[in-house]
Each structure stands twice: as C-alpha cells, then as structure tokens.
Design a protein around this ligand. Structure first.
Ligand SMILES: Cc1cc2nc3c(=O)[nH]c(=O)nc-3n(C[C@H](O)[C@H](O)[C@H](O)COP(=O)(O)OP(=O)(O)OC[C@H]3O[C@@H](n4cnc5c(N)ncnc54)[C@H](O)[C@@H]3O)c2cc1C
Length: 473
C-alpha cells in the first residue's frame, strides 16, 4: 500500500468520525505523539459523509466537534421554528470543519491519514490495514495504543437497506433522495420515529407538502428533549440551569418511574408528539416546541409497530396492516442511529474503546477520554474516571443516564486538575458557564445551589427507582 510499507506510530486511531477526530485533536494539542488515522470512508466525519443534505445537528454547534476549534460562528438561529436559539451546524459545514482540521493535522507531519482503508486486527498486537481501492495491505507497528471508535456503531438509512421487504416496483428511498425529487408523488410515507424521521417530516412540511399528504409510520412513540433547555449561551443561563435543577429535583423526588415521567413532562423537560400515547422509546432526540407543534399537524400516524413489508397497495406491520397507494414515495428512516450496546472498559491494555462518559455527548466524551489517557496513570484509575454510559433505548434509560451522569460528574469534581480541564473544554459548554458566575450574582448562585442540593438526593432516589424497573432489555 502506498505510503504504508514500513509505518510506525505511537497511536493508531481506527475511524475519523466525530469520536476519532475529537480524540486525535486532544492528542495533537496535549502531547507530541505521532498518530495514524484510518477510515473506510473517503473523508473525515464518519456517518456525516452519508447524511441527507438537510441534516443539522440536534444540539448546538457550540458543544460539538473537537475541543480546540469552534464549530460555527456562535450565531443565533434565524429560522422561525428555532428562532434565537444557538446555531446548529449542517452536515455540509460539519464535513468542511473536519476536512480542514484533518488537513492541518496532516500538514503538521505528526498525523498520517489513510482514508478508504479498512482496519482488520485485534486492537492489541496484530494490525492489518487494507486499501479498499487497491487491495494493498500493510501491518503498521504501533508503539503505544490502538483506539477503536466503532463502539457507538452509528447506522444511517443511506448506508444500509431497510430491514423490511419492499415490493420491487415501489419507491422506498433514504431521506437523502428527498432533495432530488423531480415531480410530486401522490403522497409520502415516512417510516421511523427518531431524529431522521422527524427531520424528514419537518423538511417535507417546510417544502410545501401538506400534512395531509404525509403518512407517518411510528413504530414506537419517543420521548423528546426540549431544545430550549439545552442552550449553552450565557443569555440562556436561567433557562438551561433552571432545567438542570428541575430535572435533578424530579429525579430526587419522584415516587415511581411513572411519576417521574409525569413530572418531567409537566415541567416541560420531556415532550411527546401525542399526549394520549405513552412513549416506549427514548433516544435523546431534541425538538423545539415550535417544531413539535408543526409535527402535530400530521394526523395520519400509524401506530402498529415495526413495518414487516411494503407491498403493492398495503403496508404490513407487527400489529396490523394499512392500505397504501403504490404511487407514494416511501422514506426509510428506520436505521437505529447510535447502537445501544453493553459497556466495555474504555482502557484495556493497548486498546482504548471510546464510549459516552457523559450521556448523549459523544464528542465531549471522546475528548475527555483522550485527556485522561495522556494525563493519568494506569488502566484502573483511568477506567474509574471514565465509566461508560450506554446509549439509551427505552424511557427507563433516562434514569440510568441521569444517575451515571451525576456519579461521573461527582467523581470528576474530586480532581481539581481534571475539573479545570473540563470547565475550559468548549465541548462541555455548561461547566464553564457555572464557573464564571460571580460571587455577588445571587440569583445564579441560588440556581446552582438548587441544582447541587437536588443532585445529591437524586442519586439514592434514582438508584431506588431503577431497582423497581422491569428487567433490563
Ligand atoms: C442523524 C444523526 C444526527 C445526530 N446528531 C447528533 C447531535 O446533534 N449531537 C450529538 O452529539 N450526536 C449526534 N448524533 C450521534 C452521532 O452518531 C455522533 O455525534 C457521532 O457522529 C458519532 O461519531 P462516531 O465517530 O462514533 O461514529 P461514525 O460517524 O460512525 O464514525 C466512525 C468511523 O469509523 C470508521 N470505521 C469503523 N470501523 C472501521 C474499520 N474497521 N476500518 C476502517 N474504518 C472504520 C467508519 O467508517 C466511520 O467513518 C447524530 C447521529 C445521527 C445518525
């Protein structure tokens, strides 16, 4: 393989997605180590390379990407449905951001990048790289460690076929194809209940499609996060930290799991599409209240479980079937996104497996793990700091995520040097705001005190509630 004949490196990073880039960035800025990054994609950014053109982050750009470089310009959203909120990068700007970063890393001479290249090894001693374009192979010598960024295993519709059968003459496409529609079909059928399906519905409605021309197949109803509560800007302090305090108080005081969700909804922390339907899924997707109102205009929502097959004239589902015009366009949004997988130790000998150590924050987590790797000694201590938090799937996972967030944060607070790194991390976004509160700002201090007080009672109550949950899935 060209350029790979006799290569040596300190760190081999498998994957140049958001996690691999966040990890490499910390190594780049906090050490002198050399790195090789390999990826089977042609460019950095991982699944963002496969994204539909109208995809935007669900969270603010301010807390996504790598630690050393702002993503975006810190602007406020000018669009009606998210007016005034922190800007959220599009897939195109995310790819541009990673491409520029990678060019700079490579230009430094400390990082070598091998796109279109498959890693096949044991993440320990044996490393085999194969060029997908030429078939050439190489066995790099890795002096320190191998970083396996495949754990989150993000799956998107354009990179995998639907799991259900589709009659050959029907059009069933990933959302990427929507922006290429040349003439109107008789209607649209959106299949899925996660972020991608929400994006597809919002995009159709924003592009003059009547809500009556959309059929939304909702296998499971999701609990959704309220975007207004996740704004990292200074001017949102009261709203955001108020929400943190409310969530901690709900976690501290809820009497049962059902009661917890009643309180989270009543206080505007969690949202649902239809208040008559009890959600059975929580993937952490985020919407604004205005988006939720627009989505509720879609009345033809099919709640019969997962699609089994789409035939000419009807859709077969787990719990029934519905008639369907074969001239409609079927939009497959059923890929699972980030996979819920059992946690493994982040640090295991020569292998590092980044996972989320703050719930739903993969890039902050990857940066923190890289910082811990280069600043602490021994796998035992590093793993104690970096306890993984598995991805959520069911609503009850909200509780374990909250609990583990509080436990991890409590552990980090006991180390002043680590906390100093965290409050200065742009990917954290919130700890820095809290640290900046002045001693005479009594209102903000009271809010932080409220949160801290509730957080300590939340830990035992969440532990109790989780013990009453149905057996883990
Ligand atoms: C539609 C959508 C929207 C999202 N929005 C947000 C958001 O707003 N905020 C947020 O925090 N998260 C969001 N996420 C979650 C998202 O998955 C993460 O933010 C992040 O992009 C995941 O990065 P990753 O590096 O783990 O995975 P990936 O993007 O999948 O990158 C992994 C890379 O590793 C490569 N790779 C793996 N194994 C090998 C191998 N053996 N050989 C060679 N290459 C290999 C793959 O080719 C891939 O490029 C979103 C996800 C989706 C699907």
């Amino acid at each position: 393989m060209m350029g790979l004949d006799s290569i040596e490196t300190d760190y081999l990073i498998v994957g140049s997605g958001a996690v691999g880039m966040a990890f490499a960035d910390v190594l780049f800025h906090e050490t002198d180590h050399s790195m090789i990054v390999v990826d089977r994609h042609h460019a950095p950014g991982g699944h963002w390379n496969d994204a539909y053109p109208f995809l935007q982050l669900h969270q603010a750009s301010a807390t996504y990407g790598v630690n050393s470089r702002d993503l975006g310009d810190g602007l406020r959203d000018p669009t009606v449905l998210n007016l005034g909120m922190c800007e959220r990068a599009s897939s195109a700007s995310i790819l541009f951001y990673y491409e520029r970063l990678m060019r700079e890393f490579v230009a430094s001479g400390r990082l070598r990048y091998f796109p279109m290249c498959e890693y096949d090894g044991d993440f320990d001693e044996r490393h085999l790289l194969t060029s997908l374009t030429s078939g050439k192979k190489a066995e790099p010598h890795v002096r320190d460690k191998v970083v396996d960024t495949s754990h989150l295993n993000t799956a998107v519709p354009s990179a995998q076929p639907p799991k259900y059968r589709v009659a050959a003459e029907l059009d069933c496409v990933p959302p990427n194809a929507l922006a290429r529609v040349k003439w109107p079909p008789t209607g649209y059928v959106v299949i899925g209940a996660g972020k991608t399906a929400i994006d597809a519905c919002l995009w159709l409605l924003d592009n003059q499609v009547s809500p009556d021309d959309i059929c939304w197949i909702m296998p499971r109803d999701p609990w959704l996060q309220n975007r207004a509560n996740l704004q990292p800007g200074e001017e949102f302090f009261e709203q955001t930290f108020g929400a943190f305090a409310i969530q901690a108080e709900v976690a501290a005081n809820a009497e049962t799991i059902d009661d917890l969700f009643v309180r989270l909804e009543a206080t505007g922390q969690l949202l649902r599409l239809n208040t008559d339907v009890t959600p059975t899924m929580y993937h952490g997707a985020i919407v604004s209240l205005a988006e939720l109102e627009v989505l509720r205009q879609i009345k033809n929502v099919v709640r019969m479980g997962r699609v089994q097959s789409i035939e000419r004239g009807r859709i077969l589902l787990e719990r029934g079937s519905v008639e369907s015009d074969p001239q409609r366009l079927y939009i497959d949004c059923s890929a699972r996104g980030v996979e819920r997988r059992a946690a493994v130790p982040v640090f295991a000998g020569r292998r590092i497996t980044p996972q989320m150590v703050r719930a739903l924050q993969p890039t902050f987590s990857a940066a923190l793990i890289a910082h811990v790797e280069v600043s602490f000694d021994g796998d035992a201590e590093k793993n104690e700091i970096c306890t993984p938090i598995p991805m959520s799937d069911a609503p009850e996972d909200w509780l374990s995520m909250m609990l583990m967030n509080l436990v991890n944060q409590g552990r980090w607070r006991r180390d002043a040097r680590l906390m100093d790194w965290i409050v200065h991390s742009r990917l954290d976004g919130f700890s820095g705001l809290a640290r900046k509160v002045l001693p005479d700002d009594t209102e903000k201090l009271a809010l932080l005190h409220r949160y801290g007080h509730a957080a300590s009672s939340a830990v035992p109550n969440l532990t109790r509630l989780i013990s009453t949950a149905p057996a883990a899935h």
